[in-house]
Design a protein around this ligand. Sequence first.
Ligand code: OTD
Ligand code: ZN
Ligand code: ZN
Length: 348
Amino acid sequence: MSSLKKIKIIKPDDWHVHLRDKKILKKVLRYTEMFYQRAIIMPNLNKPITNCKRAIAYKHRILQATQINHTQFEPLMTCYLTKETSLKELKYGFLQKIFIGAKLYPNKCTTNSETGINKISEIFHILELMQKIKMPLLIHAEDNNVDVDIYDREANFLETTLIPLRKKFPELKIVLEHITTKEAVAYIEESNPLYLAGTITPHHLMLNRNNMFINGIQPNLYCLPILKRKKHQNALRQAISNGSMNFFLGSDSAPHIYRNKISLFGCAGIFNAPSSLLCYITIFEEMKALKYFESFCSKNGPNFYNLPINQNTITLIKKPCKILKKINLGKDSILPFLSGETLKWSIL
Ligand code: OTD
Ligand code: ZN
Ligand code: ZN
């Protein structure tokens, strides 16, 4: 009999992932499908998903690209908010279950956010509707004022935008995506999990800003929000170890072609889909918090989004797993997070 440690959990969902389109979509989707039953698909394509028609067509392309079993993986689509977003379209999309929620990108704060929001007051009428119909608002929570230090943008956003916003719309369901600071952890922890939640990425749990500058600059670790100080990393690790229902899994896997990552004006984003779940379990084990692993991966997310909990299970086993070195894409390639490194956990 094998004495290797095994953990069987309800199949997780990834509540924040970038799958891109076309050739990249075809190459990266298999990793998300392998580990996750459902995933919230970010709408920041070159031509953003701003209406139902684009969402339906994109979902179709994703389902066409599935490898494992067409009926199993479920993409959950989001609407990219702009100040032009039509209330009628948004309401229809949510009530018809075309959209699970809408995504707020402050203008120019991350990849393809040039049509994002400049001033939150521009979309108050949209947020009012969303509160009324209980449609979740997913936020890239960073202050986009270029005078604000890049390391302070998340904490600033909480003070200048989020706190006043929640006073105005107290029952708007909000997810702060990919949180990175102790301020975000503290603010979310003391909020009602019906109305405020946070997703946490594997890279922000595993790394801090030093890692970007060890052995020379590491463009593969450049992502937004930028990696923060170790005290913030520790606050995130502590947050998931307390079993709070306000936090759940969102990998923020964001593939870019290697050439574009290492070039001048290199792109932000970390492609972690091949290892994300293995990273999470490694951290929960390090934090002696494995008893909360399943709720973080598989229960808190559906509870927030009012979705059923998955029926399938997966088993993880404490056996070394080497992360693949790269994905070939014609003349180009994509380098996964932890490329070529070995993790202690594998999928059975
Ligand atoms: N962060 N890169 C991307 C998105 C995320 O803000 C994010 O959600 C991307 O390339 O789409 C990144 O660094
Ligand atoms: Zn973001
Ligand atoms: Zn993202």
